[in-house]
Design a protein around this ligand. Structure first.
Ligand SMILES: NC(=O)c1ccc[n+]([C@@H]2O[C@H](COP(=O)([O-])OP(=O)(O)OC[C@H]3O[C@@H](n4cnc5c(N)ncnc54)[C@H](O)[C@@H]3O)[C@@H](O)[C@H]2O)c1
Length: 454
C-alpha cells in the first residue's frame, strides 16, 4: 500500500491536493520551484489563497513538508502527482513548457531511484501529450523503461476554485488514464484512501482520459451557453421566465439542472481555454469541432450584445456601475471574467464605467487600466451611478435595497443578470431590468402574435 506521495507544483490545485492527501493520512512531500510556496508549506501556511487551505496545512504538518528538490521528493515517495501550469499558447493549445521541465527533473530523479515509482500527470493537457510529449522525456532522462521500471498515469481533477479541497476529496468520480495496469492499480488504491465519498474510479487509456477531462469542461460550457440562449428567448415571450424553463429542463434526468441558470457567460481560468484548446485539437485531427467554436464565439460576444440590447436602459453618457468583476462570487480571479468584458464593452460604447468587486478589485484595476475606474468600496461605486449592472450573485449585491442604491437620488436603473434583486421590482423609484424575464409583455405579445396571424 502506498503511504508516501509527492506533489510537484504547489499552486491553486497542487497546494490543496497536497493538503488533502495529508489530511487523509498519507505522508506528502510538496515540491515547487517557487521558494515562497515551499517556505509557506513548511511554516504551516497556505502557499495560495484557497478556502480552508491554511487550516488544513496547519492541522497536518506532521505529514506534510515541502522542498525545492524533485529528487528528494521522488526518493522519499512512491508516487508523484504533477500539477504545474499548462497555459494556453498562441494557437489556443496548452503549452507543455512547464510540464517538460518538471518531467526532466522527475526523469533525472528516477535515474537515481532503485524501486518502482508512479508519475501521475494532473495538469490539463490535450490528447497524446502524456504519452508522446512527456513520457519520452522520462525515459530519456532516467535511462529506464515505462512499464517495467516506472509507472505513468494521467489523472486530472474536476475542482472549482474556492472549493478545491472539498471537490478533491468528494468528486463525482476519479478519472484515471493509465499507461498500464500496474500504474493504474496503485493510483486507484490511493484514491480509494483519499476519497471521503467513496467516489468511483473510471479507468481507461491515457488518451481517452485526456479527451474526457477536456470534454467535461467543454460540455458544461455548452449547457451554460444554452441556458443563456434560453434567457434571450424568454425575453421575447410574454410572461417568459428562464428559471421556470430551466427548472423544467433540469427535471429531465438526461439533462439535469446544474449549470443551466441563464444569465451571464462563463469565464475563469479553465472553461474558456479548454473549449478553445479542444477546438484546436479538432482542427488538427480533421474533426469538425465547429460546435465548440460557435459556443466560444457566442460566449465571447455576450457582453457586447447585452450592451446593444440594453440600449433603451442605458442613456447616452450615463455613469454605469458594474458590480462583480471576478468570474464568480467570492473569488479574486478575473481571468476571462464576464464582468471585465462588460466593463470594456460599456466603455467602448462611450459610458463612464466604475467597476466594483470585494475581492478582485486590485486584479481588475490592472486589467481595466484606461477603461474603467475600479473600487472595492460599494458606496463609492454606487455614488454617482445612473445605471447599476449586477454581474455576479455576491451577497453584498443581492442584499442591496432601493435606499442603498439610490442614496437620496430620485431614480436608478438596475440591470440584473441573475434575477437576484427581484425585491426591487415593486419600488417605483427603481427601473428594474431582469435579464431572462419578460419585460414588456405588450410588445412581446405583438411580436409573437404576428408570427401566427400575419
Ligand atoms: N486552478 C484550477 O481551477 C484548475 C482546475 C483543473 C485543472 N487545473 C490544471 O492544473 C494545472 C495547474 O493549475 P494551477 O491553477 O494549480 O496553477 P498555478 O499556477 O496556481 O500553480 C502551479 C504551480 O506549479 C509550480 N511550478 C511550475 N513549474 C514547476 C516545476 N517544474 N516544478 C515544481 N513546481 C513548478 C509553480 O511555481 C506554481 O506554484 C494546470 O494544468 C491547470 O490547467 C487547474
Amino acid at each position: 500500500m502506498i503511504q508516501n506521495v509527492s506533489v510537484i507544483g504547489l499552486g491553486k490545485l497542487g497546494g490543496s491536493m497536497a493538503a488533502g492527501l495529508a489530511s487523509r493520512g498519507l505522508n506528502v512531500i510538496g515540491v515547487d520551484v517557487n521558494r515562497h510556496a515551499v517556505d509557506a508549506v513548511n511554516a504551516g501556511r497556505a502557499p495560495v489563497q484557497e478556502t480552508g487551505l491554511g487550516e488544513m496545512i496547519a492541522a497536518n504538518r506532521e505529514r506534510l513538508r515541502a522542498t525545492l528538490s524533485t529528487e528528494e521528493a521522488v526518493l522519499g515517495s512512491d508516487l508523484s502527482f504533477v500539477i504545474v501550469p499548462t497555459p494556453s499558447d498562441e494557437r489556443g493549445a496548452f503549452t507543455l513548457q512547464y510540464a517538460k521541465f518538471a518531467f526532466k527533473a522527475l526523469g533525472q530523479a528516477l535515474r537515481k531511484k532503485s524501486g518502482y515509482h508512479v508519475i501521475v500527470l494532473t495538469s490539463t493537457v490535450l490528447p497524446g501529450a502524456t504519452r508522446h510529449g512527456l513520457l519520452p522525456i522520462l525515459e530519456q532522462e532516467s535511462g529506464k523503461k515505462c512499464g517495467p521500471d516506472f509507472g505513468l498515469c494521467y489523472n486530472p481533477e474536476f475542482i472549482a476554485l474556492g472549493s478545491v479541497i472539498r471537490d478533491f476529496l468528494n468528486p463525482d468520480f476519479y478519472l484515471l488514464g493509465e499507461f498500464d495496469r500496474r500504474s493504474g492499480d496503485l493510483l486507484e488504491e490511493v484514491h480509494h484512501r483519499v476519497s471521503q465519498n467513496n467516489a468511483p474510479v473510471k479507468r481507461m487509456s491515457l488518451e481517452n482520459a485526456e479527451l474526457a477531462k477536456i470534454a467535461v469542461n467543454s460540455y458544461v460550457t455548452m449547457k451554460i451557453s444554452f441556458a443563456n440562449m434560453l434567457a434571450d428567448f424568454c425575453e421575447h415571450l410574454p410572461g417568459g421566465d428562464v428559471d421556470v424553463v430551466s427548472d423544467a429542463l433540469g427535471m429531465d434526468k438526461r439533462i439535469g439542472r446544474k449549470y443551466l441558470t441563464g444569465g451571464f457567460g462563463f469565464g475563469g481560468p479553465c472553461f474558456p481555454r479548454d473549449n478553445v484548446a479542444l477546438n484546436f485539437m479538432g482542427k488538427q485531427l480533421g474533426v469538425d469541432s465547429s460546435l465548440l467554436k460557435t459556443n466560444d464565439d457566442y460566449n465571447r460576444g455576450l457582453s457586447k450584445r447585452y450592451v446593444e440590447k440594453l440600449q433603451p436602459h442605458l442613456p447616452k453618457g450615463a455613469n454605469v456601475a458594474v458590480l462583480g468583476l471576478a468570474y464568480k462570487p467570492l473569488s479574486h480571479v478575473i481571468d476571462e471574467s464576464p464582468g471585465i468584458y462588460l466593463c470594456r464593452a460599456l466603455s467602448e460604447a462611450g459610458y463612464r464605467v466604475i467597476g466594483h468587486d470585494n475581492l478582485a478589485a486590485s486584479n481588475a484595476e490592472v486589467a481595466l487600466k484606461l477603461t474603467a475606474l475600479v473600487t472595492d468600496s460599494l458606496e463609492e461605486a454606487l455614488k454617482d451611478a445612473d445605471v447599476v449592472l449586477v454581474a455576479t450573485t455576491d451577497k453584498s449585491y443581492t442584499s442591496l435595497t432601493a435606499d442603498l442604491l439610490l442614496r437620496g437620488r430620485p431614480a436608478i436603473t438596475v440591470i440584473d443578470f441573475w434575477r437576484c434583486l427581484k425585491h426591487l421590482s415593486s419600488d417605483p423609484r427603481v427601473c428594474y431590468v431582469p435579464v431572462g424575464l419578460s419585460r414588456d409583455a405588450e410588445a412581446e405579445l405583438a411580436g409573437l402574435k404576428s408570427l401566427w396571424t400575419d
